[in-house]
Design a protein around this ligand. Structure first.
Ligand code: UDP
Length: 239
């Protein structure tokens, strides 16, 4: 599609975004709604890949805080992302989109292992690729996995679907005077410690000149609007 700015993107969705109104796990209605929006973007002709977090099920830091070995707990966190990836694969397939899950931790009877060239081929064929199990290493987050895979796959943008429609001067759910930034630099994000993505992910995006676009994943149709340059979002790029 020549009129669209982006040909290939990676969308990062946190595990918490899949919980709906619950405090744990997966909410089918919410997963289906996000899948519908992703399906709509694929119909624009944009190649879409996904990284989904695992915070709705298990986070390594919580396990470590409760006395677990951190690397062991992170292994559990990475497995949580595989559960979410399989749920999203199911929802996307029901929405009519072909999907392949590739895991950084091989588990051959459930999904493919991560193979960059193979993932590339899937995307060229119009399949959504979900990169599961983070980076496959403890002490990382799925934000970093998202920046890593987006860079590896030659994506034009890294989308971060959050609970609010961009990056604000303060938490807009707590502070009525909070204002949304239209544009920010990577440096602004890092220097102001804006809690949207972790520093490793932002640095990786910066090194690879990968714009980060922050938008509200729960706003129906917002992903499509952002891809058309419409609606509300914050773009993070170099000056
Ligand atoms: N994780 C990991 N290595 C990675 C990515 C994730 O060990 O490369 C683990 C880590 O324990 C993390 C959990 O998986 O807490 C879930 O990921 P994350 O916290 O990023 O999920 P989100 O906050 O996006 O739901």
């Amino acid at each position: 599609m020549t009129s669209l700015r982006y040909k290939r993107v990676l969308l990062k969705v946190s595990g918490e975004a899949l919980m709906g109104g619950s405090s744990y796990g997966l909410d089918g209605t919410t997963v289906n709604a996000i899948a519908e929006d992703i399906a709509a973007v694929t119909r624009l002709g944009i190649q879409v890949s996904l990284v989904i977090g695992g915070g709705n099920i298990f986070r390594g830091v919580s396990g470590a805080a409760a006395g677990m070995d951190r690397a062991q707990a992170d292994g559990m966190g990475m497995l949580a992302t595989v559960i979410n990836a399989l749920a999203m694969q199911n929802a996307l397939e029901k929405a009519g989109v072909p999907v392949r899950v590739q895991s950084a931790i091989p588990m051959a009877s459930l999904c493919e292992p991560f193979i960059r060239r193979r993932a590339e081929r899937h995307m060229e064929k119009g399949r959504v690729v979900i990169f599961a199990a983070g980076t496959g290493n403890p002490f990382f987050t799925t934000d970093t996995a998202a920046a890593l895979r987006a860079a590896e796959m030659g994506c034009d943008a890294l989308l971060k679907g959050t609970q609010v429609d961009g990056v604000y001067t303060a938490d807009p759910r707590k502070d009525p005077d909070a204002e949304r930034y239209e544009v920010l630099t990577y440096h602004d994000m890092l220097a102001r410690d804006l809690a949207v993505m972790d520093a490793a992910a932002i640095s990786l995006a910066r090194e690879n000149k990968l714009p980060i676009i922050v938008f509200d994943i729960h706003e129906p149709g917002a992903f499509t609007a952002v891809m058309k340059g419409e609606g509300k979002f914050t773009t993070v790029h170099e000056r």
